[in-house]
Design a protein around this ligand. Structure first.
Ligand SMILES: C[S@@+](CC[C@H](N)C(=O)[O-])C[C@H]1O[C@@H](n2cnc3c(N)ncnc32)[C@H](O)[C@@H]1O
Length: 289
């Protein structure tokens, strides 16, 4: 009897998986948003929220809803992406970027009389991460800032988040915890919150870029790439592909920074030197390890 029950259970699970597969396939074909390689647990939980919000009961009904109201694709993409972030979100990582990466990188550039410093924040949400890097560079370089041409590219698939990032306005809650000197030197009190100063804003270029569905690199020859708190939402195979692409976008030497709970895939681990395992800082050296 147990065998029959478990067969029925498996069949139900299989048909749910197939319904989810075809829903994600449809979303990809009709909108370009590609959630097929995201971890299924998060996708399923977040989809349930859309089902409830739209008042439909099954994936099939939801497909019909999407056909009738295509603007739902944007809402779905917005709900499927988690946009939690913060200034200097992993303080230890930023501390180690200032201690290990910036002195080495700046020495390398000065030694070769190169002015360009190129960073990429690959899932920048509302801008806290790229602005934190810009502030860190301001703190580290001080008056030497003017000796460099700094570009911090910041991309995301959430147009809504990018819009907020470009505005550079943050509530009191969002800047909570920033040291008063940082607040005083790089922000201006505006309305109910704070605005990032223009000398910091002008270092950062925001644009739309989908890490998953694009295979051509938007930037190359980068000194430092941050890919924080996005890999955790992707299945292993997709993590491998994204990290391979980011590796190719780095110059040699170049630095890759991951989120606190993220690790490079096996393939990448053999190609990058780990500078600090806790801070998740890796260096492309051009040598196979
Ligand atoms: C949890 S936030 C991380 C923000 C920041 N990197 C940090 O660590 O604080 C994840 C971000 O990844 C973005 N995202 C999700 N899928 C993406 C994709 N395929 N391409 C680019 N960004 C993506 C989301 O829109 C969201 O802003």
């Amino acid at each position: 009897m147990g065998g029959v029950d478990s067969n029925i259970g498996n069949t139900v699970a299989d048909s749910k998986t197939m319904a989810l597969d075809s829903l994600l396939e449809k979303v990809y074909r009709s909108s370009g948003y590609d959630f097929r390689g995201y971890k299924r647990g998060t996708v399923t939980r977040r989809l349930e929220r859309r089902l409830q919000a739209t008042g439909v009961k099954t994936y099939l009904e939801y497909v019909q809803f999407l056909d009738a109201q295509p603007e739902e694709y944007e809402r779905l993409a917005d709900d499927l992406t988690i946009k939690v972030s913060g200034f200097f979100r992993s303080p230890y990582t930023f501390q180690q970027v200032a201690r290990l990466v910036l002195p080495e990188l700046v020495f390398y550039k000065e030694d070769r009389r190169q002015r360009a410093l190129r960073f990429w924040s690959t899932a920048c949400a509302r801008g806290e991460e790229p602005y934190s890097i810009a502030i860190l560079l301001g703190e580290f370089l001080g008056h030497r800032l003017r000796n460099f041409d700094i570009s911090i590219y910041a991309t995301d698939i959430s147009r809504h988040a990018l819009h907020g990032a470009q505005a550079g306005l943050y509530s009191l809650k969002e800047i909570e915890g920033l040291p008063p000197t940082i607040l005083g030197n790089y922000f201006t009190h505006r309305g109910e919150g704070y605005a990032v100063d223009s000398n910091i804003r002008q270092m950062v270029n925001f644009s739309y870029f989908d890490l998953v569905s694009t295979t051509t690199l938007p930037f190359v020859n980068l000194d430092c790439v941050l890919c924080c708190n996005i890999l955790i939402y992707l299945q292993k195979q997709l993590q491998e592909r994204v990290l391979g692409m980011l590796y190719d976008s780095l110059a040699t030497p170049g630095y890759l920074i991951l989120g606190e709970v993220e690790t490079p895939t096996d393939n990448l681990r053999g190609r990058m030197e780990c500078l600090d395992i806790k801070a998740k800082i890796y260096k492309k050296t051009g040598r196979t390890l």
